[in-house]
Design a protein around this ligand. Structure first.
Ligand SMILES: [Zn+2]
Length: 490
């Protein structure tokens, strides 16, 4: 089973309300031979921030390997300290630190202890991606706290976790559990939020159980968050016609410092969204930004996290998701139609400013996401989704839209794992007249040309001039067929 976590750094001003991100594919071990790691995680100090972990592996090993890098955060393995193996008689097996996060012993052991030094990440935006702890709260992610289970010698596919937190603190998690005891068959996506001021609210939506956990004081109420998250989840259930298999958990954490909601960072990991958001603004402003961020993040619960697709298809699950979230913003009244057009124009300028914008297909850009082409995956992906949506509406007289692509995608048999790019291009190409879009932009490096399709809607591209960016403006002399198409886009 592969799990994909979609992650986002904050403050990408070009989207204003939208965000780019990073992603990785985490390979979980087969569950055929379920092996359980038993672990006790204790907060021993919040300043300095330290955890003590006592673990029993299902089988003895001579090596332990911890994650060292994730989502651009490096040196994670250096936080793992004082690793000792423990023999049955209680004597110590000495373990050598071979490299950051890599530990080796001369003899096998299955019981071991270690400490994790958890200073604040150097950048706040990293806090949605890796574990952190301070006197106000902790975000504990098993993916970077436990040894990786991919090596045969330390193979485990599930974990039983006991969590000891400071007096007066409570625990929230996307794991099933009671009190301080939790279990998971998916350690890679397991997250705990701990702290003295957690609020937890459950809401049963039509088909989804939503848990909202907030930490700290906010200008909005828990109800406000549940309400907007609920509206967005309902919208995506409707579009995909797919019911999430697990409950959804949303953790909302203050972005440190005296900052407003324009500062934020998020990662959607399995069934949990970890969101850091600046809170220094009015209730209305913070909620407005929360809605915009969630319309993107919550869609990741479906795409890619509920799809059994393999391969580099970031152009679709990030680029197309940016666009689909923009449609949600419009539909739920979070933005106006002018905002919708302005966002497309801004992304178009950002896309055109990328030096490689006419040199990479979306398939190539997705493969090179970690090196040079990360913005192209978002910008070009979003623009191609826009072109595809408008083209599909046009050729079907507004009967179909990009929404139908998602419904089709989720109608595919859920057995096995298929090639993402083949599958998605196959669905996009079902409307024969649109094959040129996937050929030119997804498979080849043709530069994005908005004008032919937007003109059918009576929309004109006003080129950027001086410090003013491009604008998409409505043609006042548009004919009735253009007006009719435009009406179905609004
Ligand atoms: Zn994303």
């Amino acid at each position: 089973m592969s799990i994909i976590a979609a992650k986002h750094p904050s403050n990408l001003t070009k989207y204003i309300r939208l965000a780019a991100g990073l992603f990785v594919i985490l390979i979980a071990v087969s569950s055929a031979d379920a092996q359980t790691l038993n672990v006790r995680i204790s907060v021993i100090s919040t300043a300095p921030a330290r955890l003590r972990i006592d673990a029993h592996l299902p089988e003895a090993t001579k090596t332990l390997s911890f994650r060292n890098a994730y989502a651009g955060v490096l040196g994670l393995g250096e936080r793992i300290e004082s690793v000792s193996g423990i023999r049955d008689n209680g004597s110590i097996v000495s373990i050598r630190n071979a490299a950051p996060g890599e530990f080796q012993a001369a003899e096998p052991f299955s019981h071991f202890t270690y400490e994790v030094n958890l200073p604040e990440p150097t950048r706040q935006a990293q806090m949605s991606h890796v574990s952190s702890l301070n006197p106000e709260r902790g975000v504990l992610m098993l993916a970077d706290l436990l040894p990786q289970s991919t090596q045969v010698s330390t193979s485990f596919s599930s974990a039983q976790v006991n969590l000891d937190v400071p007096v007066g603190w409570t625990i929230a998690s996307n794991l099933k559990g009671t009190g301080s005891q939790y279990s998971t068959d998916d350690p890679e996506i397991s997250v705990f939020l701990i702290g003295p001021t957690l609020h937890e609210k459950h809401q049963q939506l039509a088909a989804t159980d939503l848990t909202v956990v907030t930490s700290g004081k906010w200008p909005f109420s828990d109800n406000d968050v549940s309400k907007i998250a609920g509206r967005i989840l309902s919208e995506y259930s409707r579009i995909t016609q797919f019911t999430l298999k697990r409950n959804a958990v949303l953790m909302v954490i203050p972005y440190a410092g005296d900052v407003g909601p324009q500062s934020w960072a998020a990662e959607t990991r399995g069934n949990v969204v970890v969101l850091l958001l600046g809170r220094k603004a009015s209730r209305k402003k913070v909620l407005a930004q929360l809605g915009i961020v969630l319309s993107h993040e919550l869609f990741h619960l479906w795409v890619p996290n509920s799809l059994k697709l393999a391969g580099d298809y970031d152009w679709f699950f990030e680029g197309f998701t940016l666009y689909r979230a923009l449609r949600t913003d419009l539909r739920l009244g979070l933005i106006s139609f002018d905002d919708y057009l302005d966002t497309i124009a801004r992304v178009y300028d950002s896309y055109r400013s990328a030096p490689e914008h006419d040199q990479l297909s979306l398939l190539d850009a997705s493969e090179r996401r970690w090196t040079t082409s990360s913005s192209l995956v978002y910008d070009k992906g979003m623009l191609v989704a826009f072109l595809f949506d408008l083209s599909l509406r046009k050729v079907t007289n507004c009967q179909d839209s990009l929404d139908d692509v998602y419904a089709e995608l989720f109608r595919l048999p859920a057995t096995g794992q298929s090639n993402a790019n083949e599958t998605i291009i196959g669905i996009l190409n079902r409307q024969g007249e649109l094959k040129t879009l996937t050929r030119d932009y997804v498979e080849n490096a043709a530069p994005v040309d908005l004008e032919p399709i937007i003109s059918a809607y009576g929309i004109q591209l006003q080129a950027a001039a001086g410090s003013t960016g491009s604008k998409l403006i409505l043609d006042r002399s548009a004919g009735s067929s253009q007006k009719k198409l435009l009406a179905c886009l609004r």
